[in-house]
Design a protein around this ligand. Structure first.
Ligand code: HEM
Length: 377
């Protein structure tokens, strides 16, 4: 098997980890032939980049991807906390994080309820679709979206997410972004719990009200592929290491342990990016104005300086250091939610009696340059 030649191709490669070890071994911010961005792959450099005030989430001249300009998809993208630094966004982020925290017990109940419905039928072929539905169904319910519209929401989330990456998908993505925004707005009158808490926390912090709906929609779009990826990684680990089932049965570890180690070992989000607006030194390296840095979270997870025996899957790993959910100002506020959904779903899949052995051989991944999401055996 040929190794991948760059961090984007590594995302869907059968085994990107030896390539990542090579990137880590170079240390610091570096470049490789045929790939323009700078690369951060070892734990210390990834940490330095993600906590540097000079490393921004969007390029200076491109707050939104140009092909989304003037569309509802661009309006959504441009108002997300994920895509903005400074201004009112840190307040919106705090409001989002605390309202999600307050919803944890409801989220756990919805994760169990929806997992029982989505994964009742033991089918390997249905797994990837169901895994993508789960986060939208769970979070959509908490946002007050009517159950009979959730399937359509999944399609809209898919279309929007595609349109961000593929310029030819922009008209569908724009229509979907407009529908998602409209649906969340329509629900607001009924004051669903998550939306009401989010509004209240935003008001307390003095954040502009017009950022509420886009960031509520953003929960659906942010959670979508990454949560599906986490469930896939957890089930793959169980399929490939039959001893995990024994450990689970003997209560030597919990499903939560498995999901957390899967998040580290086979990170659903393999990389993220940062952009430098002016000439600056980061992690001891001069970067030119306009430079892009690819931050390889999945490589940092396996840095032996961070996690001893990094290639081993150890559900009871002590002091696990996980870069999967980012860190610093833009760290993911959905980590506990994602883990809770994945635990509920994985337990339901095992309870359904599904034979996972087809996943112990080669598998395929959804096309992507940053998320590693199981497509099927
Ligand atoms: C396994 C599942 C997930 C993974 C691996 C993941 C990973 C990440 C990462 C790496 C970031 C930071 C990106 C960066 O700094 O460049 C992030 C941000 C974010 N995630 Fe997640 N996420 C997951 C699930 C979720 C869920 C379930 C939600 C919502 C409930 C969510 C909401 C967000 C939001 C709103 C941000 C933006 C935060 C900010 O920019 O301040 N994520 N996520």
């Amino acid at each position: 098997m040929r190794p991948p030649t760059d961090p984007y191709l590594a995302v869907t490669h059968p085994d990107p980890y030896p390539f990542y070890a090579g990137l880590r071994a170079r240390g610091g911010l570096h470049r490789i032939e045929g790939f323009d961005p700078w690369i951060a792959a070892d734990g210390a450099t990834v940490r330095a980049v993600l906590t540097s005030e000079h490393c921004r989430v969007r390029p200076l001249a491109e707050p939104i991807p140009p092909h989304l300009g003037g569309t509802a998809a661009g309006a959504l993208f441009g108002r997300l906390v994920r895509m903005n630094d400074g201004g009112p966004f840190p307040t919106v982020k705090r409001a989002l994080a605390s309202s999600l925290e307050e919803m944890m017990s409801a989220l756990e109940a919805e994760s169990r309820r929806w997992s029982a419905r989505l994964f009742a039928e033991p089918s390997i072929a249905l797994l990837p679709t169901r895994a993508l539905q789960l986060p939208v169904f769970v979070l959509g319910t908490l946002l007050g979206l009517p159950e009979d519209g959730l399937d359509a929401c999944v399609q809209d989330v898919e279309a929007y997410v595609r349109s961000v990456v593929h310029s030819q998908a922009v008209s569908e993505g724009a229509a979907s972004a407009a529908r998602l925004t409209g649906r969340v707005e329509d629900c607001a009158q009924a004051r669903p719990a998550l939306l009401s808490r989010f509004s209240a926390r935003m008001q307390e912090g003095g954040a502009p009200a017009e950022l509420r709906t886009p960031n509520a929609v953003g929960l659906l779009t942010q959670a979508y592929e990454a949560t599906a990826g986490l469930l896939g990684a957890s089930l793959l680990a169980i399929a490939r290491m039959p001893s995990l089932r024994t450990q689970l049965a003997r209560r030597e570890c919990t499903m939560e342990d498995v999901v957390r180690e899967a998040a580290r070992h086979e990170s659903p989000v393999q990389n993220t990016r940062r952009f430098v607006h002016s000439r600056v030194s980061v992690a001891g390296q001069e970067l030119e104005a306009g430079a892009t840095v690819v931050v390889v979270l999945a490589a940092a997870n396996r840095d032996p300086q961070e996690n001893p025996r990094p290639d081993d899957f150890l559900p009871r790993r002590v002091d696990r250091r996980t870069f999967t959910f980012g860190l610093g100002t833009h760290a993911c506020p959905g980590q506990r939610l994602a883990e809770t959904m994945a635990v509920a779903a994985a337990e339901q899949v095992l309870a359904s009696g599904l034979d996972l052995s087809p996943l112990s051989g080669p598998v395929t991944w959804r096309a992507s340059t940053n998320t590693r999401i199981l497509r099927g055996p």
